[in-house]
Structure formats: structure tokens, C-alpha cells
Design a protein. Structure first.
Length: 138
């Protein structure tokens, strides 16, 4: 399965979870539910995966990715009214620390918002064509 196919399946699972639960639950409820849906979709996923941050070869900090899918896609989950720039930076830092190329920032607020982030800057085809960015909303 390609990374794009994996990402598409994960996004579909996020929408199924939100459609089933609605809004207003804590992040952990969505995380546990998403893990169930990912398994049903045939995806291998782990919760609360430790991420070591190194400086000059020494571990200087540790964070935890909410979900890692197929050992190559980080999913950072939120259950907030709005996403902030800090949430996006957090995911990009996780990508930098792990060397993973792509991650998803998923907010289970009033509607699902999914932002795909890359370790290295990649303009979207919409940006290249001059169109604005669009959030995926359910």
C-alpha cells in the first residue's frame, strides 16, 4: 500500500469515528475509537509511541505520538474548538525527530479538520496553481 493510500484510509477512519461519536469528547476517546477503526480497516497502528529528541547525539527530551500507522505515518489528534499554529509545529517537530516524511493533524472538534504535514516543505498543487489551501472538513 502506498503512503497516499494509507493516508486516505486513515482520513476515512477519522470521519467514521467523528460521524459515530459526534463532537465534545476528550481526545483520548477519539484516539481509542480511531485505533479500533484503523484495525477494522486493516491498518497496523500503535498508540502513544515514544519519540526521542536528540541534540548532538544525546537524548534531550521525549514526546509521545498519539498514533503511528504502519510505522511511517504520525497522527496527532486534537479535540479542540480550533487548531493553532502550535499544533502544526508540534507535528512537524515529531516528523523531524522521527525522520518520518508525513503526518496528519486531526481535530475532532465540531467537524473533522485534517491537515497533512510534511517533514520538508512541499507546496501543494493548489498552491502551485495559485489557489488557496483548503481544510478537509466533514
Amino acid at each position: 500500500m502506498t503512503r497516499g493510500e494509507t493516508t486516505d484510509r486513515v482520513i476515512a477512519c477519522c470521519f467514521r469515528v467523528h460521524n459515530g461519536l459526534g463532537s465534545g469528547f476528550l481526545e483520548k476517546v477519539y484516539e481509542n475509537s480511531l485505533m479500533m477503526d484503523l484495525a477494522k480497516a486493516g491498518l497496523s497502528a500503535q498508540q502513544q509511541v515514544p519519540i526521542a529528541v536528540r541534540y548532538d547525539g544525546v537524548v534531550v527530551g521525549e514526546y509521545f505520538a498519539d498514533i503511528v500507522v504502519d510505522g511511517r505515518l504520525i497522527c496527532e489528534l486534537k479535540a479542540n474548538e480550533l487548531l493553532s499554529r502550535d499544533h502544526e509545529v508540534q507535528l512537524v517537530n515529531y516528523l523531524a525527530a522521527t525522520g518520518f516524511d508525513v503526518g496528519l493533524l486531526v481535530n475532532f472538534g465540531r467537524s473533522v479538520i485534517v491537515k497533512r504535514k510534511f517533514r520538508e516543505y512541499r507546496p501543494s498543487s493548489k498552491q502551485l496553481s495559485g489557489e488557496g489551501l483548503v481544510d478537509l472538513r466533514g
